[in-house]
Design a protein around this ligand. Structure first.
Ligand SMILES: [Zn+2]
Length: 236
């Protein structure tokens, strides 16, 4: 057998354990492992190593040093995870694993391809119900993304409607909980959704100081080229 095939098998193996592989690649890999004692041995050794790594408990944020946390790249889960991790383990020990939609990240946590994930509800309540635990948490602060083309009146109407909805939900939480638990596809009853992690609040203005702090932080990490200023992005 050519060396290329073994290299491909071992690359696919690593990829399958970290981010998952396509069904066709998986079928090819299984067939190769059946036929190749050398790669089979490599796969067994890799599995032993992973099992040993997974046996190390993660109990406090510091335990996440160099442990990949699964997020959806360039979304809130990504930025929030980096911020929480940096303060606990230092920038050089932050490890991020790209994982797609919340449902996919939760599936990765359950099947062991991810040891830690960043998720919102209903996957926090679902995780706690199914035996996961929380390492760190942060909350929605009320920033809104809105079209720059709206008139001040239209913008106000949008904010007013949203604020009214927030009051309605906070006034009778479980009347609306089924909208949140719907994403769990039946695995979590609306009554099982915890109140603690859902944080609906009125639209909040993103002030210049908070903006500058977040923007500098992003620019320093190459997440934004920093071509827009507060006044160009934030409206009252
Ligand atoms: Zn091989």
């Amino acid at each position: 057998m050519s060396d290329n095939l073994h290299t491909r098998a071992q690359q696919l193996l690593a990829q399958s354990l970290i981010e998952g592989i396509a069904p066709a690649d998986d079928a090819w890999l299984r067939k190769h492992l059946e036929d190749c004692p050398e790669c089979r041995e490599h796969a067994a050794a890799t599995n032993d190593l992973l099992r040993a790594l997974r046996a190390v408990p993660i109990e406090v944020p510091r335990d996440l040093a160099d442990i990949p946390v699964m997020v959806q790249e360039l979304t809130g889960s990504h930025y929030t995870a980096i911020q929480m991790l940096e303060s606990a383990v230092g920038r050089e020990h932050v490890s991020i694993q790209n994982g797609g939609l919340p449902q996919a990240r939760y599936a990765a946590l359950k099947n062991g391809t991810a040891r830690a994930i960043a998720v919102m509800e209903p996957f926090i309540s679902l995780g706690l119900k199914e035996g996961a635990h929380i390492i760190a948490a942060s909350f929605y602060r009320g920033g809104e993304v809105i079209s720059p083309d709206l008139t001040p009146e239209q913008r106000k109407a949008f904010y007013d409607a949203e604020n009214q909805a927030v009051d309605l939900i906070n006034g009778d939480f479980y009347k609306f909980a089924h909208h949140v638990t719907a994403h769990a596809k039946g695995a979590l009853k609306p009554t099982e959704l915890l109140r603690a992690f859902v944080h609906y609040k009125h639209v909040d203005y993103y002030d210049a100081a908070t903006f500058a702090r977040a923007y500098d932080w992003m620019k320093e990490r190459g997440m934004s080229e920093g071509q827009s200023q507060h006044a160009a992005l934030v409206v009252g």
